[in-house]
Structures are given as structure tokens and as C-alpha cells.
Design a protein around this ligand. Structure first.
Ligand SMILES: NC(=O)c1ccc[n+]([C@@H]2O[C@H](COP(=O)([O-])OP(=O)(O)OC[C@H]3O[C@@H](n4cnc5c(N)ncnc54)[C@H](O)[C@@H]3O)[C@@H](O)[C@H]2O)c1
Length: 398
């Protein structure tokens, strides 16, 4: 593949390491948590533990529905490395490569199934203490490929999973939602109580999903519901996605030596996929202080799209930035993350700069990966394979 003009004599690994060292020094000075290695570097240090570590340190069993996805595969690896027994239930729409490195771990069980296959899901759920539901059709365009199926998966299934969790005495059910629910809120900073103004089918399906979960698991005995409204995620994962704004821009810079900014003044909160997985683990392990809904991110990671473009330019010197006035994506929201910081003491470790370098490094070192391949875009992949994907056929593979 032809590489773009990322003009720098230094190797990308050197840049990643230098950047990480800078963050470590900065975080020592500020007394904040230090930055840990990006996934690529993590592989050298933690892989043995994740692959073969069968040390079970937690008695609680976690079921991760959608555990083969971009966020799910990151979470699953982290849970295993922390000593949890983990079951993954996933339709594996985008393939099973994401779990390849960890499938030999004795503490992991993998089930291939659709969340609409209630009999199979119920058999799998038995005996689990925590259910984390990440399974969804994700992204505005991807949801439009088959709107009815999107609604079944993203919205209606949540009530059924919650009812099942009740029957099986699950202690906590954590549901992935999104800050896209805020839609268009201008530059005012919005917290969890702000009105939701979902613009897309994706966001509407998530807003309704939240409501269904909270009404099914209202106060009283039964699983405690936690809704996590994630920022837009970035960074490299065992299931790479290049249809998320930071990853798309970084990949474009890598492939063409330039980035395109549409509009520019829209606010968007951003978060590294590894930090998102850590937030889920905090929600598993910590008391929720009586709160059920949490925005997941950090105030300093709210960026306008133009600021993001400039950040990418500062990390990869020499790339061009084209600004197109008309923004196709009308979302504009700046989000307050005080609640998760105060309740779970949640502080992201990764900066956008580190995430961008991690993406560049991953693309450079793979030698084979074309970020524009359809498998890395939910919309492109679903558009080309919708019939096969949206049917419910499932099989068990432990
Ligand atoms: N990635 C982000 O920027 C972001 C931001 C906010 C919220 N979220 C939420 O986080 C969750 C995970 O997102 P992701 O980025 O990992 O997406 P993803 O598309 O990589 O993962 C979704 C997973 O769900 C599985 N899945 C889909 N339909 C299924 C079905 N019917 N039955 C069983 N499995 C099914 C897919 O196979 C895939 O592994 C989603 O709920 C999403 O809405 C993600």
C-alpha cells in the first residue's frame, strides 16, 4: 500500500515511546495517574498473562454480550488479566479474529449466538453475577442498513435481557449507551440530566433502550442497572474500527498524508477504547452512589472537530488539512463528566495524541491492513453482507 507523506525521519515506534515518556513525566508533575502502554506495546508485556493466566482472583462471573467487538474484545482481555471468569456471547458479525489471542485462556468461554436467540442466551446467562451488554448495531449509517432489525437488536432486546437477568439473580446489569443521545446541544456543557435530542436512528434506539432497561430493572430486588453513555471512542483494538472520527482521520493521514475536516465547530467528547473498558470495570467493582446513568469520558477530552484536526496535525507533522464548510454529521454536544469522576474516581489514562500514534503505528507495523477495507467500517460491512448478518441463525462454540 502506498503510504502518505508523513514527513518525519523518526520511526513511529520511537514517536510513540517518546510521546508516552512525555506523558509519564507530565503526569508525575501533576500527580495524576501515569499513562500505560498502548495496546501494541502492551502485547509484549501482558500477553502471556492474558493468554495463559488462569489465576482466578474474583469469584464473580462476568457475561460480556457483544464481547467480540471493538470495545468488547478490549474489555474481555482486561477482565481476564484482572482475574475474572468471563463468558463472551456474540454474533461475531465482524468475525472472530478479535478473540484469537485470548481464546486459549482457561477463564474464558466463548459462545456464538444472536441476542434475539433467547433460548441460547438464557442457557448461557445462568450462573453469571454481572451482565455487560455491548451488543448493538453501532453507528448512524450502519443502523440505517436495516432499521427494523436495528430496533430489535439495539432496543427491544434490552428488555428481554434485563428480564432474563432478573430470573437468574444477576447482581448488576451494565448497558452500553452513547453521548450521541444528546444530539445537538451547542456549546453548553450537558450533564446526565440534560434533555436528550437524538438525531439518528442509532441514538434514538439507544435512548429508548435506556428507558426500557431502567423501567424493567426499577428499584427493589434484582439486578442493579447501570447505563454508561460513552464518548466517541478511539484507539487500536483487537477488532479495529476505522469508522470512528479520530481513527478515520489518523488512518487518512497515514494513507493519504492529509485529513478532511467537515464543519469544524461541532463539539465531540472523545475517549480511548482502553479507558472505556476501564470505566466498565469501575462500574462492575465500585458502588454507584445511587446513580444509574453515567457519561463516560473526561471534560478535557471534549474537542471541536477543528481542534481534533489540529491535534492530529501536531502529532504527525507535515500532513495537510482540508476544511469543508458543510458538516454532514450534525451532532454537536459538549459533555460534563463530573459524575463518573466523583463516583468511580474515573480518570482516563490515554490522550488523543497517544491514540493517534498508536493507530499509525498499528497500520505501519501490520504491513497488510488497509484501513479502508469494508471489514473496518460497520456501515460498509453491513451494507455488503446484510442478508447473511441479519438472519438469526446461531450455533454454540465454547
Ligand atoms: N465505539 C464507540 O465510539 C461507541 C461510542 C458510544 C457507545 N458505544 C456503544 O458501545 C457498544 C460497543 O460498541 P463497539 O464500538 O464495540 O461496536 P462493534 O460494532 O465493534 O461491536 C458490537 C458487537 O456486537 C455484536 N452484535 C451485534 N448484533 C448482535 C446480535 N444481534 N447478537 C449478538 N451480538 C451482536 C457484533 O458482532 C459486535 O461484536 C455498543 O453498544 C455501542 O452502541 C460505542
Amino acid at each position: 500500500m502506498k503510504r502518505g507523506k508523513i514527513g518525519n525521519d523518526k520511526s513511529l515506534e520511537t514517536m510513540v515511546n517518546e510521546h508516552r515518556d512525555t506523558e509519564l513525566v507530565e503526569s508525575k508533575d501533576s500527580g495524576e495517574k501515569s499513562c500505560s502502554d498502548p495496546l501494541i506495546l502492551e502485547r509484549r508485556t501482558d500477553l502471556n498473562e492474558i493468554l495463559f493466566g488462569s489465576r482466578v482472583l474474583h469469584s464473580e462471573k462476568v457475561l460480556v454480550i457483544g464481547g467480540g467487538g471493538y470495545l468488547g474484545s478490549t474489555l474481555t482481555a482486561k477482565l481476564l488479566s484482572k482475574g475474572y471468569m468471563v463468558s463472551v456471547y456474540d454474533r461475531f458479525i465482524y468475525g472472530k479474529n478479535s478473540l484469537k489471542e485470548i481464546e486459549g485462556n482457561e477463564a474464558l468461554r466463548v459462545f456464538e449466538g444472536d441476542i434475539r436467540d433467547l433460548e441460547l442466551l438464557e442457557a448461557v446467562m445462568k450462573g453469571h453475577d454481572i451482565v455487560v451488554n455491548l451488543a448493538a448495531i453501532v453507528g448512524d449509517e450502519a443502523c440505517m442498513v436495516d432499521p427494523d432489525t436495528t430496533w430489535e437488536i439495539n432496543t427491544e432486546s434490552i428488555g428481554r435481557i434485563a428480564a432474563m437477568a432478573k430470573r437468574h439473580h444477576v447482581k448488576k446489569m451494565i448497558q452500553a449507551s452513547t453521548c450521541s443521545n444528546y444530539g445537538q446541544n451547542g456549546s453548553d456543557i450537558v450533564n446526565e440530566e440534560a434533555p436528550l435530542r437524538p438525531l439518528s436512528l442509532y441514538a434514538k434506539s439507544k435512548v429508548e433502550g435506556e428507558k426500557i432497561l431502567l423501567s424493567e430493572l426499577s428499584d427493589g430486588p434484582g439486578p442493579k442497572p447501570i447505563v454508561l453513555r460513552f464518548s466517541t471512542l478511539f484507539g487500536y483494538s483487537r477488532r479495529p474500527r476505522f469508522d470512528l472520527v479520530v481513527n478515520t482521520m489518523a488512518a487518512h493521514a497515514w494513507k493519504y498524508g492529509k485529513i478532511k475536516v467537515r464543519g469544524g465547530s461541532q463539539w465531540r467528547p472523545l475517549l480511548h477504547v482502553s479507558d472505556a473498558a476501564e470505566a466498565i470495570i469501575s462500574a462492575i467493582e465500585k458502588e454507584n452512589g445511587g446513580k444509574k446513568i453515567f457519561n463516560v469520558g473526561a471534560n478535557h477530552l471534549n474537542k471541536t472537530i477543528l481542534e481534533l484536526g489540529k491535534t492530529i496535525q501536531s502529532v504527525i507533522p507535515g500532513i495537510d488539512m482540508e476544511i469543508v464548510q458543510e458538516a454532514v454529521d450534525k451532532r454537536n454536544y459538549r459533555v460534563d463528566f463530573s459524575r463518573i469522576k466523583e463516583t468511580f474516581e474515573f480518570e482516563p489514562e490515554y490522550s488523543i495524541e497517544t491514540g493517534v500514534l498508536e493507530i499509525i503505528f498499528a497500520l505501519d507495523s501490520s504491513g497488510m491492513m488497509d484501513p479502508e477495507n469494508e471489514i473496518y467500517s460497520n456501515f460498509k460491512w453491513l451494507s455488503g453482507n446484510s442478508e447473511m448478518i441479519f438472519q438469526r441463525n446461531t450455533q454454540v462454540t465454547t
